[in-house]
Design a protein around this ligand. Sequence first.
Ligand code: SGN
Ligand code: CA
Length: 519
Amino acid sequence: MNHQRESLYLLTGIAALAGTSCSQPAGEQTAQKPLNILYIMTDDHSFQTLSAYDGRYIQTPNIDRIARDGVRFTNSFVANSISGPSRACMLTGKHSHKNGFIDNEHTFDGSQQTFPKLLRQAGYQTAMIGKWHLTSDPTGFDYWNILIGQGDYYNPTFIDNGEKRQIEGYATNITTDLALDWLSNKRDKDKPFCLLLHHKAPHRTWMPDTCDLRLYDDVTFPLPDNFYDDYAGRTAAAEQEMSIIEDMDVVYDLKMADKENEIHSNPNLEGAGRYIYNNMNPAQKAAWDAYYDPIIADFKAKKRTGKELAEWKYQRYMHDYCRVIHSVDRNIGRVLDYLEQQGLLENTLIVYTSDQGFYMGEHGWFDKRFMYEESFRTPLLMRLPGGKRGDIPQLVQNIDYAPTFLELAGVAVPSDIQGESLLPLLKGEEPKDWRDALYYHYYEYPAEHAVKKHYGVRDDRYKLIHFYDDIDQWELYDLQADPTEMHNLYGQPGYEEVTRRMMTKLKDLQRQYDDPIDQ
Ligand code: SGN
Ligand code: CA
């Protein structure tokens, strides 16, 4: 199809969305092609390092373009803050207990209903490119080309519609190349498309592209106020294993794989750190050595301990993480430029999100999993042609994406989908009966990082969490008075009424979503 025809469809699409009438002769209807959907997702991108949300650390001008020309959801959350489960929630529009993929140890039942399948049945070309992480092969896609499991940053192996293929280079660039190749050469241009472009970055171990290794070298990132949290009153928080001081590995996470083999760290991780380095090609190793060797030498010479070591680790972590984000941002710029050049910007819904939030040293942590704000929240930006611009403050969750895409495509939303379509919000409407609280449930314990099982409820001010299984602890936070969740108010005098109200909301949501736990 040529661009003029695509633009024509686009104009009728916008008119329909904006609720305006087309000035066409009576009786003559131009066929309306639904909007395309470009659903970009990264892995572990914190809103703290996305400048549309927070400019303290770095600038992300390309991702910000989506917000500038569209909307920024200021209260966007996940249902279960961990990769596979989050992805399953997004694909099905259902909470984990309904889609069955409750933790990363599970295998996704690909025979169940998902939004790509429904879109495909409705005539969309569907594609999934990048990190999939659901163990079973993707279903519901005309084209899929996915990383194996977490995937590698350097010279990753992809599974291209079932066939393994290693590709030389850096994962974020390659994933983008594959997406642009599909958009330009591999899709049926007579059909609307739905492309899931899902980056592996910036997942652990935050390995930058060689061209970004020196970026932010002159920056000292500010330490969060609660970096040295003592976890008073929060037993589950005290028992986690995701502390930068205790658990971040100098060889594996912070790249101190010295050639002399003198630096030794956690035996379970050190080998993996050295293996990752050895897997690079000579040119990649040379760039890596030129940057990290002097840092390794300095690390050996200084023999830092205590706070000095903790803050050195924090700086190394932040530098690498932000460099990886910079590469994501650059590559998203490539995709946006392509859409613009091809006349596709105006007939495509563009979505940017992450599979969950991430800790940038808050509470002393990296990783996610907890229902605390940094990992419960996730960035969510959308650009709908002809749609609203600015902020959307309503409480939204990743189970809402599926019904949004379906409604946008004119597909009836099946009644078993638990999320709500965001389309009214994207069109600038203010639905009176929008949800006033969100439900959360995390299951992966015992497991890496030792975050206990928990569920909870959050409204626009309070959060009630119950940690259960081998622990029985309730936590209550007033997010207005205590946005960094340092003071557990559960059981404190004066909070009986709030606790009762939040407990009722929790039970109501467990009934509404049919979660069998503790009902
Ligand atoms: C890996 C990481 C963990 C991380 C999980 C889940 N360890 O197991 O740090 O929490 O993934 O992340 S690593 O040694 O393999 O890097 S998720 O986003 O994919 O769910
Ligand atoms: Ca993740």
